[in-house]
Design a protein around this ligand. Structure first.
Ligand SMILES: [Zn+2]
Ligand SMILES: [Zn+2]
Length: 69
């Protein structure tokens, strides 16, 4: 069970861990929130396979893929 106090969440769309303070939406990483709802995206800085700012790991759901292709 997650609470609002937790710093990180799991994105409902892509399944990646993300830092809640970086996203406008509780259940979505900044990347998915941006693509699905037009919220401001994180200016991702990738290191060792994940963004050091928002913790997104680069996952993309099939749906996101179909939208961005
Ligand atoms: Zn996501
Ligand atoms: Zn990021």
């Amino acid at each position: 069970m997650t609470t609002d106090n937790e710093k990180t969440g799991i994105c409902d769309e892509c399944g990646s861990e993300f830092l809640r303070s970086c996203s406008e939406m509780k259940g979505l990483c900044p990347e998915c929130a941006h693509i699905l709802y037009g919220y401001e995206n994180c200016d991702h800085v990738f290191k060792d396979g994940r963004c050091i700012r928002c913790l997104w790991n680069g996952n993309k759901s099939e749906y996101i893929r179909s939208l961005s292709s």
